[in-house]
Write a protein that binds this ligand. Structure first.
Ligand SMILES: [Zn+2]
Length: 308
């Protein structure tokens, strides 16, 4: 999310408000700003920077660090990142303006190219506003189409790359079965076990990664499928075990017929369904952050580019 300080800056300066950041132009340069803990980070995408210009910019920032309220700064891969501190008081609109006025003056003095050059090919061409990995950059049409093609290519390669799904699946199954043991033990005492579903889900994912299953689009489905299966298995085994223990206590021989008889007795299917249903829901809720993690990881394996 974007905090009020940056939101206000975006409104006053016609910058764009994104999901967790703002971006826009200031004195001929593109900036992206976002909140961090006790800091506001401003990133300027500089298409062309020579070593000499880099030294001059860094030394100027070192000199004016205190006066501008700068915490840390760096200039790597043509990205000038400067973090304004807000330990005791928030960074005011005035402080943001002071910094941006100062840095854009320095950049102009050093003749560092801005929005008139393409961030990718470094040529002096007409550029458009392009988000490259969530950082606003000036990019020419040619480079933009090439970047889009390269990403499609990378995505295709990622999809066709061997994910080791079959072995990962077996690993998830083994993990899920191990994770089902607490369910079986607790349940055979007749206690409610639905909440133990999350253990099954986590163990299934652990098994998947231990067997070197790689993260891909099918991974969440494999884990979810194995989890549901193991919850059902755990409930079936623990139910059978419970009947077996009770039957032997009362001297009744245990048989499949007896199991079926009890399974279909009035009220029993409903009770089992409730336990299983809650178990599955809790298992899936328990592993849902992992799903999000997997999707994010898949997403971040390829660069992102978007015209705004
Ligand atoms: Zn270009």
């Amino acid at each position: 999310m974007v905090f009020p300080g940056l939101k206000k800056w975006a409104e006053n300066n016609s910058w764009t408000v994104g999901k967790d950041r703002i971006y826009g132009e200031y004195n001929g340069y593109y900036f992206t700003a976002f909140d961090e803990q006790n800091l506001k980070c401003f990133v300027a995408a500089l298409p062309v920077v020579t070593d000499e210009q880099k030294r001059a910019i860094l030394s100027d920032l070192e000199t004016h660090k205190k006066e501008l309220g700068i915490g840390e700064f760096s200039l790597e891969n043509s990205l000038l990142s400067v973090r304004l501190k807000e330990v005791l008081s928030p960074v005011t609109q005035e402080k943001m303006r002071n910094y941006l006025d100062h840095i854009t003056t320095v950049l102009k003095e050093q003749k560092v190219s801005g929005t008139g050059h393409c961030f990718n090919c470094e040529q002096e061409v007409s550029t458009e506003k392009v988000l490259l990995n969530d950082i606003l950059t000036p990019m020419c049409d040619d480079c933009y189409s090439k970047a889009v093609d390269a990403i499609l290519q990378a995505e295709r390669e990622l999809e066709t790359e061997d994910k080791n799904y079959p072995i990962g699946f077996l690993g998830a199954l083994a993990g899920g079965i191990v994770g089902a043991i607490p369910w079986i033990i607790v349940s055979s005492f007749g206690w409610f076990v639905g909440w133990l579903g999350f253990l099954i889900g986590k163990a299934a994912l652990k098994g998947y990664t231990l067997c070197k299953g790689r993260l891909g689009k099918a991974t969440p489905w494999i884990i979810a499928g194995v989890t549901v299966f193991c919850v059902l298995l755990a409930e079936f085994v623990s139910f059978s075990l419970m009947i077996y223990i009770q039957a032997s206590q009362e001297g009744i021989p245990f048989s499949l017929d007896l199991l079926l008889l009890i399974l279909t007795a009035e009220g029993v299917p409903g009770e089992i369904l409730l336990n299983v249903g809650i178990g599955i829901v809790i298992a899936l809720v328990g592993i849902s952050p992992l799903f999000k993690g997997i999707n994010q990881e898949v997403k971040y394996m390829v660069p992102r580019v978007e015209k705004i």
